[in-house]
Design a protein around this ligand. Structure first.
Ligand SMILES: CC(C)(COP(=O)(O)OP(=O)(O)OC[C@H]1O[C@@H](n2cnc3c(N)ncnc32)[C@H](O)[C@@H]1OP(=O)(O)O)[C@@H](O)C(=O)NCCC(=O)NCCS
Length: 199
């Protein structure tokens, strides 16, 4: 049976290019993770909010394993993970990723966290904006989704700041340490130009 719709992107569309470094603003960039980032990740995952919304904690060994997984993910083309770096000292202050990359349908899910000391300065919003513009622009994806618990109000603001319109609420969609949460589904599409209030 002939296909009636061509795949948007072919296998190899991610793995055949170098994972980009993207500038967020004059202080922050997103870059691939390095093994030296592991201690920063352990500290970040000691934060109760990161534990709550990312549903785990990490010890030193697990953080190193996690960095190896994040670094290797690019070649697998299902996930792409970056550190948000403060260029003044080179230290990671956050995580941003494309998960569930679906090349055929041109879709992915954005996920992020920012360490407590770097919060409320626009870091997550600007990183999400920069990554989205790269993913929907040069990479060629068509649709990015962003899911967060309805109780995670900061994440809802980040989604709005980065141009992710709310599409609805998924009932009891993800189990957290305190039980099942309804999740807001946001999305941003290539066809919708967006001017962020924070850029
Ligand atoms: C959510 C998170 C990534 C935001 O990072 P950040 O760099 O502080 O985000 P920004 O500074 O870009 O934007 C934060 C927005 O949330 C708002 N905000 C912060 N805390 C809030 C709260 N408790 N309730 C409501 N809004 C809040 C800020 O006012 C800002 O919105 P505005 O720009 O419209 O004023 C960070 O808080 C975090 O890592 N939390 C724990 C992990 C997590 O929630 N990950 C996301 C899972 S979906």
């Amino acid at each position: 049976m002939p296909r009636l719709v061509d795949p948007l992107l072919l296998p190899g569309s991610v793995a055949s290019i170098q994972q980009p470094l993207l500038e967020i603003d004059d202080r922050f960039s997103i870059r691939p993770w390095a093994i030296d980032d592991a201690p920063t990740i352990v500290v970040a995952y000691s934060d109760p909010e990161i534990q709550q919304w990312h549903r785990r904690s990490l010890d030193d060994f697990e953080a190193q394993q996690m960095v190896r997984i994040w670094r290797g993910a690019w070649q697998g083309e299902a996930d792409a993970c970056w550190a948000i770096e403060n260029r003044l000292d080179g230290l990671a202050v956050g995580y941003i990723a494309l998960h569930r990359i679906d090349l055929e349908n041109g879709a992915a899910q954005v996920a992020y966290w920012v360490a407590p000391h770097a919060r409320s300065a626009g870091v997550a919003s600007k990183a999400t904006l920069a990554l989205s513009e790269w993913a929907l622009g040069p990479l060629g994806l068509h649709r990015l989704e962003l899911l967060h618990s309805v109780h995670n109000h900061a994440s809802c603001h980040v989604a709005a700041n980065a141009g992710f319109a709310i599409e609805g609420t998924l009932k009891g969609a993800l189990e957290h340490p305190d039980g099942w949460h309804d999740m807001h589904l946001h999305a941003r599409l290539t066809s919708k130009p967006f001017r962020s209030p924070i850029s």
